[in-house]
Ligand binder design. Sequence first.
Ligand code: SF4
Length: 239
Amino acid sequence: MVNLAIEQYLDDMHSQQAAPEEILEWAWKTFAPAVAASSSFQTQSVPLLHMISRVCPELPVIFVDTGFHFPGTLAFRDMLQERLGLNIVVARPERTPDELAQEYGEDLFRHDPDLCCYLNKVKPLQQALEGMCAWVTGVRHDQTASRGQMRSLEPQLSGVVKIHPLLRWTREMLEEYRRRYALPAHPLHEFGYLSVGCAPCTHPVLKADDERAGRWAGTGKRECGLHLDLGSVKDVRGE
Ligand code: SF4
């Protein structure tokens, strides 16, 4: 469905410094109803969620409930849903944390975090995106070196096209947006959790640190796999 003309169009929008809201509007008009966003419902997710609520409130927002989230994340998600009127779709893995432990042993996140992320995040998201043509994310260039290489429109092997409206925004720009609209922060933000994922794999960091430095700290792992090509992840795991 996506061709070079669309890619060129989106790049043109960027070269003209299109606002994220314009990109969101374009994505909705171009792909609806076969488009969804995903969100981990942390502090830096809030501006994009607020933009969605203003521009395309019907856009499904997929939240992958791994079973390992902090209770504060689930409460924050529910509060944002009520305040912003979001169309949240919860995706869940096939196994509960107990079933996962029975099948793979205790603490899979410790002895095989890639498999844990695949079973609990990547696969449920793949399933939630089935039938979709486009997937809107909150990825930004300034988050990690690998994200710095991403393009605003990325066709995936799975056939879904990833769209990153905030790709060129910085952490400071997100903070400024939150201040302008008096939007809340994740309850763990004030305790140094600049990026919040599953509880066993998230640690607080210093303000000057890389935003994602507290994710899988000390393991060398930097991504859960959601932002690798979903088609290639599927091939690697052979499921
Ligand atoms: S972030 Fe940790 S607990 Fe969550 S799915 Fe990945 S390895 Fe498992």
